[in-house]
Write a protein that binds this ligand. Sequence first.
Ligand code: 5AD
Ligand code: SF4
Length: 364
Amino acid sequence: MSTISTWINEAAKTPSSITPQRIASLLSLTGEEAEYLRNAAYAVKCDHVGRIVHFRGIIELSNICSKNCHYCGIRRENPHVERYTMPYDEVMSAAEFAFQSGYGSIVLQSGEIQSDVLTTRIEKILRDIKTMSDGKLGITLSLGEQSAETYKRWFEAGAHRYLLRIETSDPILYKQLHPQDGYHRFETRLETLKNLKALGWQTGSGILIGVPGQSFDSLAQDLFFLKNLDVDMIGMGPFIPHHQTPMHTMSDYDPAVQLHKGLNMIACARLLMPDINIASTTALQALADNGRELGILSGGNIIMPNITETKYRGSYQLYDGKPAINENAQRSRENLQRSIESIGETVGFNAWGDSQHYLKRHKT
Ligand code: 5AD
Ligand code: SF4
């Protein structure tokens, strides 16, 4: 047996035996070896979290953002974006749609704003969604960095999972990806992630894969960073340039390479952290029609269908070619269920699908 397959088998059997150097080598695999890696990770997924995919209906509440990340299409300084905030009634109907469709959980996502008005508005929405669904709809938030007080209020109002990507665990690369305007501090982000964990949230993080200046070693470090942070969930996806951002060009940009890196990252994450929830993100689907299915077959177990009203989709373009712009929520659900079942997986309807890792942590 080749050295590579021995490493992969060892990693699948004993995740603690794997080193960052080996992960960096695995990330660079192509062809049949990459196939072997992804199949092994898929087997680990099946053993630890089952042949089941959970949906999180994502509602993009608002594209107003105080930040100016160099890579993102809705950054503060993009004047071409028509800014919106969904009215309360539309948020509630989207949540109701998710509940009626048996999605089990929703994600409320938006650009990053910190204000008392927002804290109170979200608090009300959370309480009302809980009442509407008789406490049955799980709620994940992805609303950026907030104070511990705000996180506490939102947790008490009924949300229980929070996603905050670190974007990269390398502080130098972090500085290259973000302006130095006082709004983008690596240390603050790290602190915030630790606050979330300490406050009892089921915590998710992740990174941007394949940005300029990022080596396989750096990506391997990212995975170890997430493991050391003891995350319950990972949401990470390939970087895709947006034409109205400072990172609109990337000299060696190749969608096939980005997809490949994204899948290898999911596979290595699954080998390292067998019992967490790993999203097969929309950015994969932007790179290939079956990108999200490939993400599941590489070890992912969560899909986040967009259930935001179609009229807002064009204004929430984080990257060029973000899919489903003209697809309504109902069609996405049917398409998705069919394609998930076609790869031999079932959809975990009407269940929260909490991270096994989190459940174990909380038992002990
Ligand atoms: N390509 C891929 N992902 C992006 N994000 C923002 N801009 C891009 C892009 N150009 C991701 C960031 C952020 C999440 C909401 O979207 O990682 O955390
Ligand atoms: Fe705002 Fe998030 Fe985009 Fe950064 S990545 S500009 S925080 S929406």
